[in-house]
Design a protein around this ligand. Structure first.
Ligand code: CA
Length: 248
């Protein structure tokens, strides 16, 4: 396979023939952070040919800006950038809770660098020189892992629910909740932006009508507000409760 920065890869079409089905990645939009024009152009072309939209940032400042303003399915991040290191870009992103999967492109092959990259929150790395098909295979693997992980969590705005662990995070606080409080919050998050009536909540979180006390739902809501914050759940008088959609 063609190495992405080789002269051969700059020949139009040389990457495209095999990129479609065998070695492609199913990604709509990608952030590519790479200051080397040859590698950047080759990767951009290969990605365009398979229908992926590429935001190509040439330095750390551009990368951070693009990362903040666009939704990407994956970030390809070169570490050696002209202004800041790619490490700083990654640290900044993770500090701002931008969890986009990241595959680091690095010239450093030593174990310490690789461990540091992964510890910082990269999902994988590839060492230069690499072949395009290996990069794509790594991206595919990272996306598969990410999809599996995201299926077990539900998120809206500031609320994050981990279905496997029965924990809820809200404004920096993570708590493991009793079954019914957890189930109630899960219903409201699933129906985010909609008012959910007492009747619907009761049907969802109780096995039989005998279990339901007269103010059971109110008690659960009260507990959730006390544990997190009053505004985690809105009350719509006479109609039910809701969680507001993320305003962003
Ligand atoms: Ca570089």
């Amino acid at each position: 396979m063609v190495m992405v920065w080789s002269e051969r890869s700059a020949i139009p079409g040389s990457l495209g023939q095999s990129s479609k089905n065998q070695v492609g990645i199913d990604v709509k939009r990608i952030l590519l952070v790479e200051d080397d024009p040859m590698i950047g152009r080759s990767l951009t072309r290969a990605l365009h040919e398979q229908g992926t939209l590429v935001d190509w940032a040439l330095d750390a400042r551009e990368a951070i800006e693009a990362w903040r303003t666009q939704r990407h399915e994956v970030v390809l991040l070169d570490l050696g950038l002209p202004d800041l290191s790619g490490v700083e870009v990654l640290r900044n992103a993770r500090e701002e809770n931008m969890g986009t999967p990241v595959v680091v492109i690095t010239a450093r092959a030593d174990v310490e660098s690789r461990v540091a990259i992964l510890d910082l929150g990269a999902d994988d790395y590839i060492v230069k020189p690499f072949e395009l098909r290996e990069l794509f295979a790594r991206v595919r693997a990272v996306l598969r892992r990410h999809q599996t992980a995201s299926r077990s969590t539900v998120e809206t705005g500031e609320i994050r629910i981990d279905l496997a662990m029965h924990t809820v995070s809200y404004r920096g606080k993570t708590l493991r909740l009793p079954t019914r409080e957890f189930a109630l919050l899960h219903v409201l998050v699933r129906e985010v932006g909609k008012i959910v009536s007492r009747e619907v909540i009761e049907k969802e979180i109780y096995l039989s009508p005998d279990e339901i006390g007269s103010n059971a739902v109110d008690v659960l809501i009260h507990n959730l507000r006390r544990k997190f914050d009053k505004d985690i759940i809105r009350n719509v008088r006479g109609a039910g409760w809701l969680i507001m959609r993320d305003p962003r």
